[in-house]
Design a protein around this ligand. Sequence first.
Ligand code: URA
Length: 262
Amino acid sequence: MESALDYHTARALLEWHVELGATEAILDAPVNRYDAPKEDPKKKAAIAQAAPVAPVAMPKIDPVAEAQKAAKAAPDLAALEQALATFEHCDLKRGARNLVFADGNPAARVMIIGDAPDREEDREGKPFVGRAGHLLDKMLAAIDMGRDVPLSKDAVYLVNPVPWRAPRGGDVPPAVINMMRPFVARHVEIVAPDVLVLMGGTSCQIALEQRGVNRLRGTWQEALGKPVLPMMHPADLLRRPASKREAWADLLSLKAKLEDAT
Ligand code: URA
């Protein structure tokens, strides 16, 4: 039966029932199993004796290989966004409202690779529009940079390496990290920035295949053919304001790197 509820409302309702302890889906009205028609024992025996039906072999799909194929075929940003929009192998897509691709100036020297979108970004389909995004804008303004700056030398380009929100904003599963890596690599190739900033654990896992942004932050490395600087994600800085001092040091390191390279 078609439901009058949309996908998100139905899902939220179901999750609420699960939180209340429901473990089984039942019907609106009770069913009296004693009234059910009795099974014909001859028919049952005939079914049991019938030759077993050979299972149909489903072709095995490798989502990482599919992602590589789709990403490689994209000649430009519009095609890459379209390739993600039509990529059907990531379960996160089914629970998300919008695909959150990128914002800012694609001609910028700095490409910032964030995390998966949060609630606000999922709703608006635009990266870094929630509280973490406002903090990021302030951090960038402090070094005279920003996403709306037309001059490529002071501009940034912001990317969500995972374009769909994880359920309840939780961690991105490793299988998704692996699936998204080819899209991120192609994104970097197309935009061709001078440097990458890896903001948070997810982008470190994607670009460096390493965990632990607390340990990695502040040290320049090479990845995806570019110098990369891991930094704390602004959402983490909101939770741990004491880390803002380290974030400031990292911003100064970014600024110095850009000045060195001019
Ligand atoms: N965190 C990100 O990395 N990107 C967003 O768009 C929002 C939160």
